[in-house]
Design a protein around this ligand. Structure first.
Ligand code: MV4
Length: 448
């Protein structure tokens, strides 16, 4: 592999360029008209404008990206996260045009995109799944039968959903009848696929995910967990590794399940298993993410493994640098906060604008992944992530204090940011004690 085209923008485009530089691989940036003055264009060896600002005309436009790879002579394409990262048609287009897709085989993306199929594959691998339907639920009559068997509350989910879209909770028959119909029409409108499935609804779970790496030599390892329970509207705000809810025994059980699922699927690349963790310690497979994730950084901090570099190596046919599970050690504790240009007092509304003053914190145990600079204008067309601030310390309290110190040093003027809410979260007595679940942000009172 000599030249990678990065089919993305923002901080993740920079992250990929950095990994490529460390591996002595050349880079091509693609950009929209809105991103002409962005750092990923500056830092890449070459760049190509692929269209106007709306994502459909640029970062989501498969033919333009393939054409940019052809004219620049790239031999591989990294999709980053979001945009085309989990679009099987894009991975297939790369494969068909003889570009290495830096991610898993397109067939595995397709399989995990079908959430009913994903459940089936994981069940076959012995991964615990929530009680629920065997695949698609054809009609409400079948739905009612299943719900009676697994007992209410249940949750109706769209087969093509994920990330929280197209779900309905039902506490009884009446709610299920209404919820089933609404979920069906919502799923049809959102995904052009009205197929549904049903699961037992787990109340106030934690969202815990396991990072895996799998190469073409049959090496499959897990890199421990990330605690991602602090979310609003299915968008994560704070992530950490390790989780206060996971001990060595549970980590081994969840890791073993993730490795078994990875092998069953024939998956190769970096990937993530999302689990729901019950208060009693039971865990259930929810979804598999076939991309590099925003929060991969906390795993990098505690394992000292460069996940993007591993992703590139694996796609290039090389083995994982640390291919054996007993070589993986988690050291200390890492916390990440996502700082967005938005007004958290107005329901987290995005507020694009120009950054007219900027100061980044530093010092021991602090990492910043960001594409912003003084004078940078946050465009309105894409998500409003400004920077990821990540701390590392010997233990959770050390990491928490370092992150608060860094948040106090951080100055961003010109756009409102989520800095204040992060300070509030980190100082909250429940957070300090590690007493968090997916209801945490609602409890703070910022959401309806
Ligand atoms: C669930 C659940 C409870 N029980 N499934 C939300 C995102 C999507 N991946 C699935 N989600 C959930 N699925 C069962 N059987 C609760 C959620 C859920 C959730 C999960 C993780 C983090 C935050 C959440 C917020 C609301 C609901």
């Amino acid at each position: 592999m000599k030249k990678i085209l990065i089919a993305n923008r923002g901080e993740i485009a920079l992250r990929i360029i950095r990994a490529a530089k460390d591996l002595r691989i050349n880079t091509v940036a693609v950009f929209s008209e809105a991103d002409e003055d962005s750092l990923h264009v500056c830092f890449a060896d070459e760049s190509v404008c692929i269209g106007k600002s709306p994502p459909n005309e640029s970062y989501l436009n498969i033919p333009r990206i393939i054409a940019a790879a052809e004219v620049t002579g790239a031999d591989a394409i990294h999709p980053g996260y979001g945009f085309l990262a989990e679009n099987p048609a894009f991975a297939e287009a790369c494969e068909d045009n003889n570009f290495i897709f830096i991610g898993p085989p397109s067939g595995t993306i397709k399989k995990m995109g079908d959430k009913a199929e994903a459940r089936k594959v994981m069940k076959e691998a012995g991964v615990p799944v929530t009680p629920g339907s065997d695949g698609v639920v054809q009609d409400i009559k079948e739905g009612l039968t299943i719900a009676e068997k697994i007992k209410y509350p249940v949750i109706v989910k769209a087969v093509s959903g994920g990330g929280g879209r197209g779900m309905r909770i039902a506490k009884n028959e009446l709610e299920l009848k209404a919820g089933f119909r609404m979920a069906k029409s919502e799923a049809q409108a959102a995904f052009g696929d009205n197929r549904l499935y049903i699961e037992k609804f787990i109340e106030n779970p934690r969202h815990i995910e396991i990072q895996i790496l799998a190469d073409s030599f049959g090496n499959v390892i897990h890199l421990g967990e990330r605690e991602c329970s602090i979310q609003r509207r299915h968008q994560k705000l704070t992530e950490e590794s390790p989780s206060t809810a996971v001990d060595k025994k549970l980590r081994e059980a969840m890791g073993k399940a993730a490795v078994a699922g990875t092998r069953q699927l024939g998956y190769q690349s970096a990937g993530t298993f999302e689990f729901l963790l019950e208060t009693n310690g039971g865990f259930y497979f929810m979804e598999m993410n076939t991309r590099i994730q925003v929060e991969h950084t906390v795993t990098e901090m505690v394992t000292d493994i460069d996940l993007v570099s591993e992703q590139i190596r694996i796609a290039g046919g090389e083995p994982i640098l640390t291919p054996k599970q007993n070589q993986i050690h988690m050291r200390g504790h890492s916390i990440e906060v996502r700082i967005n240009a938005e007004d958290h007092t107005k329901g987290f509304t995005p507020r694009p604008g120009t950054i007219n003053a900027l100061h980044f914190p530093g010092g021991p145990g602090i990492r910043i992944d960001s594409h912003i600079y003084q004078g940078y204008t946050v465009p309105p067309h894409y998500d409003s992530l400004l920077l990821k601030l990540i701390s590392h310390g010997t233990d959770r309290e050390h990491s928490r204090k370092r992150l608060l110190r860094a948040l106090d040093e951080l100055v961003i003027r010109g756009v409102p940011t989520t800095i204040p809410i992060h300070k509030e979260i980190l100082k909250h007595p429940d957070f300090k004690e590690g007493k968090i679940n997916t209801g945490f942000i609602k409890k703070l009172g910022y959401l309806p």
